[in-house]
Design a protein around this ligand. Structure first.
Ligand SMILES: C[S@@+](CC[C@H](N)C(=O)[O-])C[C@H]1O[C@@H](n2cnc3c(N)ncnc32)[C@H](O)[C@@H]1O
Length: 261
């Protein structure tokens, strides 16, 4: 059975609506999304002019800045409004922003871009609402060299076998190479300022652990908190060696800072 983009969008929205009330307190938030958000704040804060308007977690880094937010899910929008009264949050889509041209100093988005249905339209919208010279900070799942050479073919095979066995499949997000995300932003009228790999410090790893998880376990199995993001012992040394060699080899995310030209 094929799922239409509209069907996927509706399913995604239902998922986030349900998750919204406990999203901020969830383990995924503190362990998986937290590091992405912190690295994005670290990347953007020193590059912004005083008084710049940026989202949510940047509040501490930039006291006094006006913060705006937008999300497609009504549940997530309501939860954000309730939890952070200083945030002017609206329900809407990245593909059609309700803001006037050139009104923002920076647009920051974490763990969301891979869900957007029309990425070209959305990034054009982001460009439109940024003032010239304004910053876009984007963190996306990374199609690292280990994934391209080893993990993706293995995952295709495992997925094929699971489909044949009639198993329910887990969510695997679209992953970008660094070159792909940079070209995408350049084509949309941005100049890339920096590109960095984004992951935990070993022995905990996001990219390697998620890959291991996708390949070997039932993705719906419950895991003990202390086991999260820790590979089985024999593989931890390898993870450490790989990440020491270069975090580019196996990092789970890539963070890009780009300037609207
Ligand atoms: C994993 S959550 C991330 C939330 C938050 N940015 C964070 O870092 O914790 C992904 C969010 O993207 C939102 N989303 C997905 N597609 C969207 C779109 N096209 N426009 C706006 N928001 C979208 C979902 O509703 C969901 O709240």
């Amino acid at each position: 059975m094929h799922t239409t983009p509209g069907g996927r969008r509706a399913r995604d929205d239902r998922h986030f609506d349900r998750w919204a009330a406990r999203y901020d307190r969830s383990l995924t938030q503190s362990l998986l999304f937290g590091p992405v958000q912190r690295s994005v704040v670290a990347a953007v804060a020193p590059r912004l002019p005083p008084g710049a308007r940026v989202l949510d977690r940047l509040r501490t880094a930039l006291p006094g800045a006006a913060l705006f937010g937008l999300d497609r899910s009504s549940g997530m929008t309501e939860a954000a409004r309730h939890l952070r009264s200083y945030l002017r949050i609206e329900r809407g889509t990245a593909e059609s922003l309700p803001h006037p041209d050139g009104c923002f100093d920076a647009v920051v988005t974490t763990v969301s871009f891979h869900h957007w249905t029309d990425k070209v339209a959305a990034v054009a919208e982001v460009r439109r609402v940024l003032r010239p010279g304004g910053l876009l900070v984007l963190s996306v799942p990374y199609d690292n060299p280990l994934r391209r050479s080893v993990v993706n073919p293995l995952l295709s095979f495992v997925t094929w076998r699971r489909r044949r066995a009639g198993m329910r499949l887990g969510f695997v997000e679209y992953r970008f190479t660094a070159r792909e995300v940079c070209r995408f932003l350049t084509d949309a009228g941005f100049a890339v300022v920096s590109v960095s790999p984004n992951d935990y410090a070993p022995p905990r790893t996001v990219g390697l652990w998620v890959d291991w998880q996708n390949l070997t376990f039932n993705p719906f199995a419950r895991l003990a908190r202390e086991d999260l993001f820790l590979l089985p012992r024999p593989w931890r040394r390898l993870a450490l060696a790989l990440m020491r060699l270069s975090p580019w080899t196996a990092a789970g995310e890539v963070a890009v800072v780009a300037r609207a030209s």
